[in-house]
Structures are given as C-alpha cells and as structure tokens.
Design a protein around this ligand. Sequence first.
Ligand SMILES: [Zn+2]
Length: 313
Amino acid sequence: MILDLHVHISALTRGHGKMSRHLLDTLAFRFMKWRLGVEGEDDATERAIADKLVRTIDETRKLDAVVVLAFDAVHDGQGRLDHANTHLHVTNDYAIDLCRKNAKLRFGASVHPYRKDAVAEIERCVKAGAVLMKWLPIVQGFNPADDRCIPFYEALAHHKLPLLSHTGGEKSLPNIDTTVADPALLLPALQRGVKVIMAHCGTRSAFGETDYVSNFMKFAREHEHCYGDTAALCLPTRSHAFPMVLKDKVVREKLVHGSDWPIIALPPASQLPVHKTVAAIADGNWMRRDVAIKEALGFDDAYWHRAAKVLGL
Ligand SMILES: [Zn+2]
C-alpha cells in the first residue's frame, strides 16, 4: 500500500472544529482557498474543502490512501482549553467521520498531552481506528520532553500507535513556543518504545531560522524506531534537506511519504532537470505534484511503501 501520511483538513463548524479570524484573514490561507477554488467560511466551505480533498486523492493515482489529520486545540499547563490561542482546531470526531465516508482516508488522531483526559482520548481514538497520533508542539503549546507527556507515551507504546510530531519551524500557523521545535525533545518518547515520525525532518520554515535536519538525522541513525516524513520538503526553505537525507544510507531508509497537502509543493529547481521542473509546475494538483517531484528526485520503491509498513497497515 502506498500512503501519504501527512494530509490536513480544516473545519469551520461546531463539533468539527474552528479556524480563527486571524487565520482566515492570512494571505496564505486566502491564497490556498483561491487555489483550491473554495469560497466563504461556513459549513458549505467545510464541505467543499473535504470534497476537494477526496477529488485530489482520486486524481493522485500513485496513492492508495492518505492519513487525514485531526488537530487538537491549545491547552494550558493545567490542561485547560485555551480558545483564544487556538487558531486551528479539527476534532477527532470530524476526522473519524470523514474516514468513515471514504475508503481512501485513514484517521490521524490529535490529542494535546496536557489534557486531563488525554489517555482516555487516545484510547477512544484507537478504538475509532486511529493509525497515528499527530502533534505540532510549537503551535499547540507544549514541550514533548515535559514529564506530563510520560503517561501519554506509555499509552502510545501500549497501543502501538506511532507519533507523528512536527519538528523544526512552522509558518502557516501562529507559534506559541518556538523553543520546542528541536527533534531532541522527542527522546523520552523513543526511550519509552514509541515509534516516532519526525515531521519535516526538522527543517526550518524560514531562511535564517534554526535548522534541525542534522539533529533529526542523528536520531534517525541512532534510534531504530525513529523516522522522518517528507511533508512540505518541496518548499524552498526546506528542500535543502533532500540531498542531505537521500545521501545518507541509513537515514534514507527511515523516510516515509507525506505531502502536507494543502500546502503548496514547489520543485527544487537546482536539484532537478529543467523539463521535470516545468512538468511539475504545470500540474495544478499539489498532492500529485508532490509525488512527481519526489519520484524525479529518486525516491525508491521501498520509500513509497514504507509509510504503510511503519503504521502497520
Ligand atoms: Zn502539516
């Protein structure tokens, strides 16, 4: 099975989640809506985004399925919901619902580790068919190395649920704490037997930001159950990671496929022949374009099948 394990959805209605006024007004989100051919910010918009996702997957023949990611709200140090600082919220129930309606979708759960009901929510998600747990610490506001995460890691290890955690920078969503971008903070998870997929291989999201690719590579070499996904590596600030991770014989075997759709995929022109760059840009389906770029960069057959293997699918 060929799987894209890093695909986003957004929600705009009660029970499904929210997008903040700030996020709806950002240029990046307005551009994305325009590019996806979606209008408004109500229940019809939410349905249009979900329909667009399904059509995009169907057109991407290489893929058998994608993991659609829930996105938990920000919680404070006491585990209380922080509505004001939550710019994107996609409930587990909404992601579960989408996955029930479409055979090509797999459920990626998201649970803030400081929540008082975190372990119970992990268990509920596992029962509902979760194939991984998704985190974005710098945006959701927690430190993966904090002791409060330990029961969470024990539950993930017990249920054999892999953790897909963002590493490195992030520009699409407002950051709460940029000091928790380092892949090294996930060491307690690895030590407790959790399979960890470091999203974006620790890459920076802007030039001049700290880049953690070497840290990611060190962890991927030293820890059997440490992987990295290639989500959003087709962005100019992140694409320097391609030659680094592909050159390393051990690390290249720890890479799993993810696109970060609906984030744009731009071909790294200096790493590709001109005709492949031109062909990629001509494709308006960014999920399929992301696949074509990675095929052109030489990702092998084992890479394409690895995400499903790592998730045990
Ligand atoms: Zn993402």
